[in-house]
Design a protein around this ligand. Structure first.
Ligand code: HEC
Length: 119
């Protein structure tokens, strides 16, 4: 096949454009949905607080935590590489999408963590 320069460019443009679409679609799937995460977070609220600002010292605050940290922690509980009797049970049932949604929700909440100023 002997393509002229213009048709080669068209093929290249089509190739690059389809690649861009694939990348865009991929990141849309990987990203969590805040609203879906909020709905799924009802299970977590008793311990971590409805907005992730836990008021119980033994339960970590999740509000404002890095999204990637929450994803990583939940996957670690699910796989057993991070062990905790309570969280293993909750993480075991979560899908990758639910984990992404929960992480999107809690990371989008404002944290009430404060720096304690020494007197
Ligand atoms: C019965 C109480 C309880 C419930 C319900 C619960 N958690 Fe936890 N969660 C804990 C405790 C306790 C820890 C600390 C465990 C440890 O030391 O690893 C924890 C830790 C975590 C961590 C790691 C935080 C960090 O700073 O490393 C994440 C993320 C998390 N939980 C998310 C969730 C999500 C999402 C849900 C709901 C699907 C949930 N938890 C439900 C008690 C709970």
């Amino acid at each position: 096949m002997n393509m002229n320069k213009a048709s080669k460019l068209r093929v290249l443009a089509a190739y690059l454009f389809s690649g861009t679409l694939l990348i865009a679609a991929g990141s849309a799937n990987a990203g969590g949905d805040v609203e879906a995460g909020k709905a799924a977070s009802a299970t977590c609220a008793a311990c971590h607080g409805a907005d992730g600002n836990s008021t119980i010292g033994t339960n970590p605050k999740l509000a404002g935590q890095y999204e990637s940290y929450i994803v990583q922690a939940l996957k670690a509980y699910r796989s057993g590489s991070r062990q905790n009797a309570i969280m293993s049970g909750f993480a075991a049932a979560l899908t990758d999408q639910q984990i992404a949604d929960l992480a999107a929700y809690f990371s989008s909440q404002e944290s009430d963590l404060q720096t304690v100023v020494p007197k």
